[in-house]
Design a protein around this ligand. Structure first.
Ligand code: ZN
Ligand code: ZN
Length: 411
């Protein structure tokens, strides 16, 4: 089958090589900020195409495709896997393992589909290279590590990404999601939520369970924090705005008749509006400190675990893309979509140089699967298995036409 894009053609050879690439990447995932072999593999492929390459931010790779005078356009693909035991039963399923920062060995899976992103990014670089007589300008391909931990974009920017690579006029990126394969979804304005995670350690005073007067009970204190924190969204955030505050872990004590010295909980917040984020974070701090003061306890320790920036699509560029995608994929395959509560560190790459960016989603499942009684597993599931086609081809077509829409026409 030959899949035509309005600009280039994916030949059967391209397609079968793309599938091989995908299966190889799927079988060899690595954990966030440890994507050493993945980075070497990507760089080798980019070098073969003749791109200028360099590593950045540890395991990030950048490929620069210079093709005469014209606009600079960026495209980003994230590269990390997740600590998940793959259970898809696919013949190319991962059996890889890795080590978490605490040293524990865990199974690793491309459970978020970043293998599709690398494959699409490399294939797009190949098509732009092979068809360089049709366009002009510079394409910058950013293969970013550590998206899942929110560390990768930051690491690349701090390592001088934009001192080493030409600054794009716009940066694009996309994510596979449990939508219909062959379709894409684009948001105008906010695309994804900001996310902040904290670890809170509440310091009490240990005593025998029969002598509570000797203690400052950290469990009672932390329990009050957990309850009062629920009032931030219900009583402090404007009813027309949205926020999520989730306390995902709570640990304290080892035995029923010992009041422990401390309690620990972790929380995650999601917001769309920077003002709401600032309000929620400052309210959290106020409540946590005030509940500790109410118990006569020292100030709790608050540590940031992760922080994901805003993922904001420049509305006019997103509008342009809706038309570009419609012409390429068919207008019944392109949807404008409201923001999603997931988070991404993609936005940081463009924010660092004050240029617009657009991030969209491409579907990974057949209509039959989506209609079945057990709908397909979503991202981060051990069963997450997007179908290869038309998923990959759609991702490539979207990436190619997005980039061409801003690159120059060959003289
Ligand atoms: Zn993910
Ligand atoms: Zn992801």
């Amino acid at each position: 089958m030959t899949t035509a894009t309005s600009a280039f053609t994916l030949s059967p050879e391209h397609t079968s090589e793309m599938h091989e690439l995908y299966k190889h990447l799927h079988a060899t995932p690595e954990l966030s900020m440890q994507e050493t072999r993945t980075a070497a593999f990507i760089r080798e492929k980019l070098d073969e195409l003749g791109l200028e390459t360099f590593t950045c931010g540890g395991t990030g790779v950048v490929g620069i495709l210079r093709n005469g005078d014209g606009p600079v356009v960026g495209y980003r693909a994230d590269t990390d896997g997740l600590p998940i035991q793959e259970d898809t039963g696919l013949e190319y399923a991962s059996t890889a393992t890795g080590r978490l920062p605490d040293g524990s060995e865990v199974p690793v899976m491309h459970g978020c589909g970043h293998d599709t992103h690398i494959t699409v990014g490399l294939t797009t670089a190949r098509l732009l290279t092979e068809n360089r007589d049709t366009w002009a300008g510079t394409a910058v391909f950013i293969f970013q590590p550590g998206e899942e931990t929110g560390a990768g974009a930051k690491a690349m920017v701090e390592d001088g990404l934009w001192d080493k690579a030409p600054k794009p006029a716009i940066i694009y990126g996309q994510h596979v999601w449990p939508g219909l394969s062959g379709t894409v979804n684009v948001s105008k304005g906010t695309a994804m939520a900001m996310a902040n995670s904290w670890k809170v350690t509440v310091h009490g005073k240990q005593s025998h369970g029969s002598q509570p007067e000797q203690s400052i009970d950290p469990i009672v204190m932390a329990a009050h924090m957990v309850v009062r924190i629920q009032t931030i969204v219900s009583r402090e955030v404007h009813p027309m705005k949205s926020a999520v505050v989730t306390i995902g872990t709570f640990h304290a004590g080892l035995k029923e008749n010992i009041i422990p010295a401390s309690a620990e909980f972790t929380l995650n917040i999601r917001t769309f509006d920077p003002e709401v984020r600032d309000l929620v974070l400052s309210s959290l701090r106020r409540i946590i400190n005030a509940e500790a003061a109410a118990s006569g306890a020292p100030e709790p320790t608050i540590e940031e675990i992760t922080s994901f920036p805003q993922c904001y699509n420049d509305p006019s560029s997103a509008n342009d893309l809706l038309a570009v995608f419609g012409d390429e994929l068919g207008h019944d395959a392109v949807f404008e979509t409201p923001p999603v509560m997931g988070s991404e560190d993609f936005g940081l790459l463009a924010e660092a140089i004050g240029v617009p960016s657009v991030y969209w989603f491409f579907g990974g499942h057949s209509q039959e699967d989506l209609d079945s009684d057990t709908p397909p597993a979503g991202n981060h599931s051990p069963f997450f298995a997007p179908e290869i086609e038309p998923t990959l081809t759609t991702g490539v077509r979207a990436a190619v036409v997005a980039m061409l829409s801003k690159l120059g026409i060959a003289a």
